[in-house]
Write a protein that binds this ligand. Structure first.
Ligand SMILES: Cc1ncc(COP(=O)(O)O)c(C=O)c1O
Length: 442
């Protein structure tokens, strides 16, 4: 670091952060990020964009897997957070809270069908854990069916439902009575669901699985199969919800209402940790004899609820559902053109609204394309369970020119890949930029 207290030597600062992260967290994570050109360190975050400590600007198309629907540090949400912090804290979790009640009431308004009751948590895995507890508790059945390559988080019940063996196997035995079926296969689901099944857990669009949109009729068939067997349908809208696909919930595209829905990520407006498991009043019966059967000290904290309420208002009042639809159409049209121009590199493009995926011809292209895209000012990461697929999930505040930037960058990155241009550099390759401290930047 520079001895001048107002000025940072960015190259040294970056090297130090990477070294500290490697030493005190995980060196392999640093290596993986470096190999994919993603060893950038985020500094200024604003709307659809992020600037790293080197002063490079990126259109954020990862958005923490769909966590920044209202944009990063949306000014209205930041102001709501300031107001909340000025007068509140996270609250006493055992007591009745005005802020928590207000958010639950608002969620009841926007949730599908008769889902009017909420249990709050801090993260997506916690929301899934409670959804599965509620399903078992209220049906008195044990079996849970989820899908191959599905992703629901790394906590206990959620991990047991994970569709990827590499995440589950080191910790087995996990929860008993969990089974997997291929996503989109109605016959396999029908064969798996009988009178012992408490719930079927599905993402309307598999996110980590590679942006796989539920095939036509699949969710409706799942609804029917569950109804016939007396099982519950849980839809995990943690990536797909909060307007990502142009509707509040992706399930609306399919005309299907779940019994339980999980929400997290974007509910926190890029600022706070909050998740919600939303369910119908008849399922709430299970919680009446013992309202303390599931507790979370930080879940649905007073401050987080005030932030989430503002997030919902922003999505409604700033027309972000409409923008997701419009910008999604622009993105998908552009992706189709790029796919046609690069038939040897692009196997498929797909998605709904601003949840898009581009499937490359081979797995190794995922990390290589992350690298090349970063060179063109686009931050994009391949799917966790499917490295050949890159997720493109910009914030719902993205403008027409932002989507143009993404498409131009993607085209140029594919060109670089084809021509073998721009191989990875050392992170501290002599580039030193002086940058004033945060408070003094305009
Ligand atoms: C569909 C889905 N469900 C659950 C989760 C888990 O959420 P969290 O990481 O907040 O526990 C994720 C996270 O990416 C997700 O994409």
């Amino acid at each position: 670091m520079s001895t001048d207290p107002g000025i940072e030597d960015v190259t040294a600062h970056r090297a130090q952060v990477l070294a500290d992260f490697a030493q005190y967290l995980n060196p392999q994570k640093v290596r993986v990020m470096k190999a994919a050109g993603l060893d950038l360190i985020e500094a200024d975050r604003s709307g659809a964009w992020v600037e790293d400590i080197d002063g490079r600007r990126f259109l954020d198309c990862f958005t923490s897997a769909g966590s920044f629907n209202v944009g990063r540090r949306n000014p209205r949400v930041v102001a709501a957070a300031h107001r909340a912090i000025d007068s509140l804290d996270h609250g006493n979790f055992l007591l009745v809270s005005e802020q928590t009640a207000a958010l639950a009431a608002k969620l009841a308004e926007i949730a599908p069908g008769d889902l009017t009751c909420t249990m709050f948590g801090c993260g997506g895995g916690e929301a899934i854990d409670f959804a599965l507890k509620l399903a078992r508790g209220s049906t008195g059945r044990h079996r849970i069916i989820s899908t191959v390559n599905g992703y629901h988080g790394h906590t206990g019940f959620a991990l047991s439902a994970s569709g990827r063996a590499a995440f589950r196997e080191p910790f087995e035995p996990l929860m008993p009575e969990f089974g997997l079926v291929p996503f989109g296969d109605v016959d396999a689901l029908a064969a798996a669901v009988d009178g012992t099944v408490a719930a079927v857990l599905l993402e309307p669009i598999q996110g980590e699985g590679g942006i796989i949109v539920a095939p036509e009729g699949y969710l409706a068939a799942a609804r029917q199969i569950c109804d016939d067997a007396g099982a519950l349908l849980i839809l995990d809208e943690i990536q797909t919800g909060m307007g990502r696909t142009g509707r509040w919930w992706a399930s609306e595209h399919f005309g299907v209402e779940p019994d339980i829905m999980t929400v997290a990520k974007s509910l926190g407006g890029s600022l706070v940790a909050i998740s919600a498991t939303i369910f119908s009043e008849d399922l709430r019966e299970f919680l009446i004899p013992n309202p303390f059967i599931h507790l979370s000290t930080f879940g649905g904290s007073d401050v987080a609820c005030m932030v989430a309420l503002e997030v919902i208002d922003v999505i409604e009042e700033d027309g972000l559902l409409e923008n997701a639809t419009k910008r999604g159409a622009q993105l998908h049209a552009g992706l189709a053109t790029i796919a046609a121009a690069h038939p040897d590199q692009v196997a498929d493009v797909r998605g709904l609204g601003l949840m898009a995926g581009i499937e490359y011809a081979e797995d190794s292209m995922g990390p290589r394309m992350s690298f090349h895209l970063a060179q063109h000012g686009v931050l994009a990461v391949y799917s966790g369970n499917q490295p050949s697929v890159m997720r493109l999930m910009p914030s719902l505040v993205a403008s027409e020119s932002d989507i143009d930037h993404l498409l131009t960058g993607l085209d140029a990155a594919l060109d670089d890949l084809v021509h073998g241009r721009g191989l990875p550099e050392e992170p501290s390759s002599g580039r030193t930029k002086r940058r004033p401290p945060r408070g003094e930047r305009s």
